[in-house]
Write a protein of this length. Structure first.
Length: 105
């Protein structure tokens, strides 16, 4: 009986390893289709993400003002402004309703 259990475990592990090895190339070939956002995505965006984006913009602006002397010393005021203010503002206002992913850069 012990030998049968060992043999079964070996076969199970071998099948699992082969399955994983074959699934990786197949999953790499999956194409992401672009489609219009539905009512659920638009509602989620309007009621949750847009207000959070507005809060992130206000907080980012406050952090930017506090960090401005240090950013000026490091000569990266533009980058700090982009990351802390412009990107959250663009996420909040410049993207279509229901489009969750936003690539600002």
């Amino acid at each position: 009986m012990h030998k049968l259990v060992k043999h079964s475990m070996f076969v199970l592990v071998a099948v699992a390893l082969i399955s994983v090895a074959m699934a990786a190339p197949a999953s790499a070939q999956v194409q992401i289709e672009k489609r219009e956002p539905g009512a659920g995505a638009m509602t989620y965006d309007l009621l949750l993400l847009r207000p959070l984006g507005a809060v992130a913009t206000v907080l980012g602006s406050a952090i930017f003002v506090v960090s401005l002397p240090f950013s000026a010393l490091g000569r990266n005021v533009g980058r700090a402004g982009t990351v802390l203010v412009v990107n959250p503002l663009a996420f909040t206002l410049a993207r279509p309703l229901g489009v969750i992913r936003f690539d600002a850069e």
